[in-house]
Design a protein around this ligand. Structure first.
Ligand code: SIN
Ligand code: FE2
Length: 200
């Protein structure tokens, strides 16, 4: 394990070892069985390439009505609770007393990407966002508080955890592409990213 820093982004390389990744994956499969992955629409009606679901008091939703947190899956049920191994990562790395209220689960299949954006639908930007990578490698782009700021990119690998706090809390970031099939964690390929946030 090692820690890299890029302008406030803190990257914990190989934070989760192989067995911990499998544990986490098993817990996530239970969440997805209860709250199926969705193919969200952007507010302008485009289709996002990433599929999403969530655990916790709130899930983050995107559709024609905009971006927001909702207490229920669009199919009507409350989101499942955040699995214990996810909470353990937050407790170890967040540095704050509050517990995460949303664990967004992003699934990147072949060709999926996520455009440069800020996470800013939460009430308190003093609290960090934690991001956990599982499965295939993803090319993570990190910028500054303005979209036009210089960016740096880094391949995130299965087991890496990124803490976005302080100067990085409102920094632009995104995933340009994944290396489909680069990891053997998911038999069918793909990348999972969890983002943990306090919402209220
Ligand atoms: C996100 O910013 O929502 C996802 C980041 C990632 O997939 O690594
Ligand atoms: Fe984000």
């Amino acid at each position: 394990m090692s820690v890299l820093r890029f302008g406030g982004f803190e990257i914990h390389r190989s934070y989760l070892d192989g067995p911990a990744q499998l544990d986490l994956l098993a817990a996530l499969r239970e969440v997805v069985a209860q709250a199926p992955l969705l193919a969200p629409k952007t507010p302008r009606g485009g289709k996002m390439s990433v599929r999403m679901t969530a655990a916790g008091q709130f899930g983050w939703i995107s559709d024609r009505a905009g971006y927001r947190y909702e207490a229920r899956h669009p199919a009507g049920m409350p989101w499942p609770s955040i699995p214990e191994p996810v909470l353990a990562i937050w407790d170890a790395l967040s540095g704050v007393d509050r517990q995460p209220e949303c664990c967004l689960i992003n699934f990147y299949g072949e060709g999926a990407r996520m455009g440069l954006h800020q996470d800013k639908d939460e009430a308190d930007f003093d609290l960090p966002v934690l991001s956990v990578s599982l499965g295939d490698d993803g090319l993570f782009r990190m910028g500054g508080a303005a979209r036009s700021d210089r960016t740096q990119s880094l391949w995130l690998q299965s087991g890496d955890v990124v803490v976005m706090g302080g100067a990085a809390r409102l920094a632009f970031h995104g995933v340009d592409r994944i290396r489909f099939g680069s990891s053997s964690l998911l038999a069918q390929g793909g990348r999972i990213n969890l983002t943990l946030r306090v919402v209220t």
